[in-house]
Design a protein around this ligand. Structure first.
Ligand code: ADP
Ligand code: MG
Ligand code: ZN
Length: 505
């Protein structure tokens, strides 16, 4: 019998706010332990939480970006349990009336577009972080009370690869929307992986096994690559699976059981009496709607459609938003956007990377949704580095259009164009001025080309004879000689024609 996997993910994402969810303490990473704390986030008795409006707005914005509905009313509940990293003995979360629900995420998968339904996205607070030393343990409450969005998917995922692509797509959307920096290194995205298997073609769900607290997307993929065959193996041997919680051991590369009978938990959810239900006004909602951005997939598809770009180019401009924006301002005025894309991707991007690494990381952007530190992270999104270097380019954007036009008009050939680009990148001079100054204009004058060709043939009787004898490749060699003789300025197509005519004639 064949089995199939059924996967649903619960993804926790730290929201990009200045302060915590219920108090004014900084939402910051890397401070010394217990320095961003106050009576509210330490859970001392007698304090009152005040909701962070930006966290509420980012939650609603996420709902819109994930095609969810925003219900007219939401509320906060207390989830009771005891753990040392949570001194008030309950976590504030949203139980039966979340801020947003019933949406979907679309992403590219196996040559098509996959859709995963989103059950809900609810707001909750993060807890402290325990550290275990040799003889005792410590708790750092800097993270306690940081706003967390839990995004719950329907069990629509069917493979490890699909789960991986879903997570990357989700992360891209959240970064695009400025909802979260999604910095994995800083633990800003964590997820619980729910997975079961069932005979192919059947509808009933198998026993759900939850792998808790994964903090990397590649870890999620590896855990599923292990766990799915494990479950199938158990069933094939006639065994039974029971609902349980497991943990992923990244070193051993296995999952192991932590506990069963998860459903026996009683969290005693009840509405938090300290917090008013949320009933967003039309005005508030309008302000959130104004922050909706184009989704990554839509951007890629639009670049392919509007500028006739191949998928690879559009993907580059999806992953590097500042570079894509730069391209787009030029492409709108260009006759041949694909040629502009080639220059931006193959030349400009390479130059930026080169000069960026020379400067090391001396500069960091003051405020940007792109991570200053990471060049390319797991989702392939590039950093603020591009944005900064683009804004300090020496040449005007129009110069790049001019360069493309010079090549298209055959005023310069492609090797001269490379020289012009390098010079304009370094000095900011206009392409026309550089062509003049360096005498790079292409020679298309028939007489001059003919003279170069005669010279090349006379100096290379061997290859000339080879070509006559049918060795087509010998023509390229002779063409190369003509380019050399002309110091790179001959029109290569014309040179080829003349050579061929002379040798065949
Ligand atoms: P709980 O109430 O225990 O948290 P939920 O029904 O809310 O469980 O589901 C939590 C997550 O598990 C969701 O992402 C959901 O899609 C997924 N899920 C539920 N049942 C299964 C199953 N049998 N197999 C795989 N995933 C499942
Ligand atoms: Mg759950
Ligand atoms: Zn605080």
């Amino acid at each position: 019998m064949d089995y199939e996997a059924v996967i649903g993910l619960e993804t926790h994402v730290q929201l990009r706010t200045q302060s915590k969810m219920w108090c004014g303490c900084a939402n910051a990473f890397g401070s010394p332990p217990n320095t961003n704390v106050c009576p509210v986030c330490l859970g001392l008795p007698g304090v009152l939480p005040v909701p962070n409006d930006e966290a509420l707005r980012l939650t609603a914005l996420t709902g819109l970006l994930l095609n969810c509905a925003l219900p007219p009313r939401a509320k906060f509940d207390r989830k009771s349990y005891f753990y040392p990293d949570m001194p008030k003995n309950y976590q504030i979360t949203q139980y039966d009336q979340p801020s947003t629900a019933n949406g979907f995420v679309e992403f590219e998968f196996q040559g098509g577009t996959a859709r995963v339904r989103i059950t809900r996205a609810h707001l909750e607070e993060d807890v402290g972080k325990s550290t275990h030393f040799e003889r005792n343990s410590g708790v750092d409450f800097n993270r306690a009370g940081v706003p967390l969005l839990e995004i719950v998917s329907e069990p629509d995922l069917t493979s490890a690869d699909m789960a991986y692509e879903y997570l990357n797509a989700l992360k891209e959307i959240l970064i695009y929307g400025g909802v979260s920096d999604c910095d994995m290194e800083k633990g800003m995205v964590r997820c619980d992986v729910n997975v079961s298997v069932r005979p192919k073609g059947t509808q009933e769900l198998g026993a759900k096994i939850e792998i808790k607290n994964m903090n990397s997307f590649s870890g999620v993929r590896k855990a599923l690559e292990y766990e799915i065959p494990r479950q199938i193996e158990v069933l094939k041997k006639g065994g039974q699976l029971i609902q349980s919680t497991r943990r992923w051991d990244d070193v051993a590369g296995i999952t192991e059981e932590m506990r069963t009978k998860e459903h026996a938990h009683d969290y005693r959810y009840f509405p938090d009496p300290d917090l008013m239900p949320l009933q967003p006004s039309e005005e508030w909602l309008a302000a959130v709607r104004a922050r909706v951005v184009e989704l990554p997939l839509a951007r890629k598809q639009r670049f392919m459609r509007d500028y006739q770009l191949p998928a690879g180019d559009a993907e580059v401009f999806k992953n590097d938003v500042p570079l894509g924006d730069y391209f787009e301002t030029l492409a709108r005025q260009a006759k041949n956007p694909k040629a502009v894309a080639n220059w931006v991707i193959n030349n400009l991007r390479a130059k930026l990377a080169e000069s960026g690494s020379r400067r090391e990381s001396a500069q960091t952007p003051a405020s940007s949704i792109w991570h200053p530190a990471s060049e390319v992270d797991e989702s392939g999104l590039t950093s603020a580095a591009t944005e900064i270097s683009l804004s300090s380019l020496k040449f005007k954007p129009e110069s790049l259009l001019e360069l493309v036009a010079l090549v298209e008009a055959k005023t310069i050939n492609s090797s001269a164009a490379q020289q012009v680009f390098a010079e304009m990148f370094d000095t900011g001079k206009s392409p026309a001025a550089i062509v003049q100054e360096k005498g790079l204009a292409q020679v298309s004058d028939a007489g001059a080309i003919e003279a170069f060709c005669n010279q090349a043939i006379a100096a290379n009787p061997g290859p000339a004879a080879d070509f006559k004898a049918g060795k087509a490749a010998a023509l390229n060699f002779l063409k190369g000689q003509v380019m050399k003789l002309s110091k790179g300025k001959a029109n290569p197509a014309l040179a080829g024609e003349v050579l061929e005519r002379k040798l065949k004639g």
